[in-house]
Design a protein around this ligand. Sequence first.
Ligand SMILES: [Zn+2]
Ligand SMILES: [Zn+2]
Length: 109
Amino acid sequence: MSNFDGMEEKRIEGLWDCVFCGSKEIRARFDTCPNCGKSRGIDTIFYMPKERASSVLTEEQAKKTTDRPDWLCKYCDSYNRSDASFCKKCGAPRSHAEDDYGTLHNNKE
Ligand SMILES: [Zn+2]
Ligand SMILES: [Zn+2]
């Protein structure tokens, strides 16, 4: 196996805005807008998250996921409330989520 620690995702990832639909803070790992599906242009300007904490799951957010069956956005790895129909971070529809957060974890082992 490798030394890569998949659990630790604290690197800061650049963000970009979609000029087509206005989606904000799309992560650099995405070449296309998760909201409208357009490719980002070569002149896309990347910027850093305002707060480092915004790019990782904070302790407070982690706590919230325990009292609600939140779902994980597969586009930006954000946790969303169970009553949210769209990802609060990237705007992707909930139907695109792999599964709800609780189910993912219960089935892990
Ligand atoms: Zn877009
Ligand atoms: Zn998302």
